[in-house]
Ligand binder design. Structure first.
Ligand code: HEM
Length: 142
């Protein structure tokens, strides 16, 4: 568990997973199917959310794909996100929306609900949560 957490912490700041070691990445361990389902379930929550739904574009499908590709990359999978979108610069990309504690809490609640529905191990859920929790706090810009 410690190793997984260390890996996640190293990756939080760079939003990449360089995987210099021979340890399996979180992407390998969680599996792509679970990651994609997590994002679908997360967006079901966003869709119903009066506070943060209005920040998102009308059509949520392309946004869903961006988050999927991003998480796949951030957890150590293929780097298609950066090939299509360039360097993540996530905090900077989020400057265009006012994100306070309230918005971040709503975002995290939807991710938490999606994680509760997911069927991979609690240990991997903890590692994933640790990553998104820190990342969400990092997005707060006011
Ligand atoms: C803290 C609360 C957050 C709010 C309110 C928020 C809101 C948004 C909104 C409105 C978009 C535009 C959707 C789109 O068109 O793609 C977006 C994009 C995105 N968000 Fe967040 N976000 C939050 C946290 C996070 C976190 C924690 C992550 C990653 C772990 C993340 C990753 C992304 C990615 C990858 C994109 C697409 C960026 C791009 O390529 O343009 N967001 N976010």
């Amino acid at each position: 568990m410690k190793k997984i957490l260390k890996q996640v912490q190293d990756d939080v700041l760079s939003h990449t997973n360089s995987n210099m070691s021979d340890q399996p990445t979180l992407y390998d361990q969680i599996g792509e199917t679970h990651i994609l389902k997590l994002v679908d379930d997360f967006y079901e929550g966003v869709e119903e959310d009066e506070l943060i739904r209005k920040l998102y574009p009308k059509d949520l499908e392309p946004a869903k794909d961006r988050l999927k590709l991003f998480l796949v990359q951030a957890l150590g999978g293929p780097t298609t996100y950066s090939e299509q979108r360039g360097h993540p610069m996530l905090r900077r990309r989020h400057f265009q929306w006012k994100i306070g504690e309230e918005q971040a809490t709503h975002w995290l609640q939807h991710m938490h609900k999606a994680l509760e529905k997911a069927t991979f191990s609690e240990e991997l859920k903890d590692a994933f949560w640790n990553y998104v929790y820190k990342a969400a706090l990092h997005m707060i810009n006011q």
